[in-house]
Design a protein around this ligand. Structure first.
Ligand SMILES: C[S@@+](CC[C@H](N)C(=O)[O-])C[C@H]1O[C@@H](n2cnc3c(N)ncnc32)[C@H](O)[C@@H]1O
Length: 505
């Protein structure tokens, strides 16, 4: 049953105004909502609204906490016109005990009202969730997806597996000429379209269908996806089940991408991937792009790694279904040969002009986030276009937040150096074994010398043969920049910030 009703523009406007008049806004709700509670866990337990609740508390209770109250209470707070406005759009429903409650969840965020279904803590879901439940835009995973999506202007924006359509709504409101949200369920599609009306957004279209199927001949400059990616033995919910390996939907999204991503466009996907004996994730992603792979760059940011055995034991504990499941999981892992799960952000960029393409994989450090991802993509694109060379030669350089570790073993009467390893934690966590010259070079420019100065200085000092082509030297510097070890003033590191998705140092 879809409870919402598509009213007239005036009816939507009235409800929007009612929300604003009573402080049901992003800013006000965040203040109260997050007080003393994990902001990532939407509250879902049905309860009674205290009789003394004011209008703002009542709206928060009805639409975020699935609380119920009496009609008299709502009439006293919003008047009969207010209650009628909410009812006209189907936003109120009668609970089992004859009280009124919000029929949907409404989250004011990003200066929008985004509707979804009420959410339930994991332990109550078996009884409470229909297969097509609409995923809220503020779960922990959604909040590790939306902030990674860039906000620079584009023409056609698509959120595929759109659910509430949050990413597409943000795009339509802020920077896209037109934004689309596609979802396989009728319920999510209706909810997303309703949200666009509730926010008075007209450059937005929600369509129902399997992945890109509703696109027809359209192509898009940016595509965002947060598909169902949880590995499951049997189907759970449409928002959740990613097949046994969790990649069932992600794989199809990438295999079909070449028909829908416009040249110069980018695809962002928050999902669970895996490293397997057949190849690490980034190599498998490239294979999925098939005959078109030479047109696409790939950046893979690994937020967290998970051991498959650990995943299975947690899942078994949750389902308490014991040994039968265990043997099915074992059979599956023996077949798929997965040795690591990756909670990750994938970015796939279609080149706009003929050039070589890049594949970059990085592990999150304690401060990695959206700015670091953009930093990486921009630098790798400059390298792939051949523009990074001139940049490093003509920019002032300095060392990044790097540590050098030297490895020695006893040799013929003395220590013999076996290797030098550079390590950084920001922008990403990287440890690279490097040639001695690279380690020697790093502290030298100290923000005062350009790449060209360093080249000349090294040649003068005899540390570098004058035969060394300057292009090769510049490429080596550009690679050190890519690892985060060297920083040109024209491509500085983002300022390190704490993010909730990174744990540990
Ligand atoms: C994890 S939810 C994410 C929703 C939303 N993008 C967000 O981040 O809040 C995954 C969504 O994918 C949709 N979905 C699942 N299979 C799909 C398919 N084959 N084609 C299109 N959408 C699908 C589900 O209905 C659900 O809304």
């Amino acid at each position: 049953m879809i409870p919402i009703r598509f009213g007239t523009d005036e009816e939507f406007q009235r409800v929007r105004q009612l929300f604003l008049d009573h402080g049901f806004t992003d800013e006000e709700v965040s203040k109260r909502y997050e007080e003393g509670r994990n902001p990532f866990l939407p509250y879902g337990k049905p309860n009674h609204l205290p009789a003394e609740s004011d209008a703002q508390e009542a709206l928060i209770g009805l639409f975020l906490k699935s609380a119920s109250t009496t009609r008299e209470h709502l009439l006293a707070l919003f008047g009969s016109q207010g209650v009628t406005s909410l009812e006209r759009l189907g936003l109120l429903q009668t609970s089992a005990d004859g009280r009124l409650q919000g029929s949907v969840r409404i989250r004011p965020m990003f200066e929008l009202y985004i509707i979804s279904d009420h959410w339930l803590p994991a332990e109550h879901r078996d009884q409470g969730f229909a297969d097509d439940v609409v995923f809220p835009p503020d779960t922990k995973n959604a909040l590790t997806y939306l902030p990674f999506l860039p906000l620079f202007p584009c023409q056609r924006y698509l959120e595929v597996c759109g659910g509430s359509g949050a990413a597409a709504l943000i795009a339509a409101k802020n920077f896209a000429q037109h934004a689309y949200s596609f979802d396989i369920t009728e319920r999510s599609t209706a909810f997303a379209q309703f949200s666009s009306r509730l926010n008075g957004i007209s450059n937005f279209t929600a369509r129902q269908g399997d992945l890109y199927e509703p696109a027809g001949d359209l192509t898009f400059d940016r595509i965002a996806a947060h598909p169902p990616f949880v590995p499951v033995l049997d189907h759970t919910w449409t928002f959740h089940a990613g097949g046994q390996d969790g990649e069932q939907i992600t794989r199809r999204l990438i295999q079909e991408l070449p028909s829908y991503l416009a040249p110069g466009g980018r695809f962002y996907c928050r999902c669970l991937g895996s490293d397997r004996e057949e190849g690490p994730m980034e190599v498998r992603l490239r294979r999925w792009l098939g005959a078109h792979q030479a047109e696409f760059d790939i950046a893979l940011a690994v937020i967290q790694t998970l051991d498959p055995a650990g995943y299975v034991s947690t899942s078994l504990l949750r389902s308490q279904s014991g040994t039968e499941e265990l043997s099915r999981w074992k059979q599956f892992f023996d077949r798929a040969r997965i040795y690591r799960f990756l909670a990750c952000m994938i970015v796939i960029q279609r080149r706009a002009e003929p050039r070589t393409v890049f594949t970059a994989r990085r592990e999150h450090g304690p401060y990695s986030g959206p700015q670091e991802l953009e930093w990486l993509i921009q630098w790798e694109t400059l390298r792939a276009k051949g523009e990074a060379r001139q940049m490093v030669l003509h920019s002032k350089l300095k060392a990044g937040p790097v540590e050098l570790t030297m490895r020695h073993t006893p040799g013929d009467g003395d220590w013999e150096m076996q290797g030098q390893v550079l390590s950084v934690k920001h922008p990403y966590r990287s440890s690279w074994e490097v040639e001695p010259w690279a380690a020697y070079l790093l502290p030298k420019p100290a923000g005062k010398m350009t790449g060209l100065d360093v080249y000349r200085h090294f040649v003068e000092q005899g540390a570098l043969s004058p035969e060394t082509p300057i292009e090769a030297f510049a490429d080596a510097l550009a690679e050190l920049v890519s690892g985060g070890f060297l920083v040109p003033d024209t491509h500085p590191h983002p300022t390190p910030k704490k993010h909730p998705w990174n744990t540990g140092e």
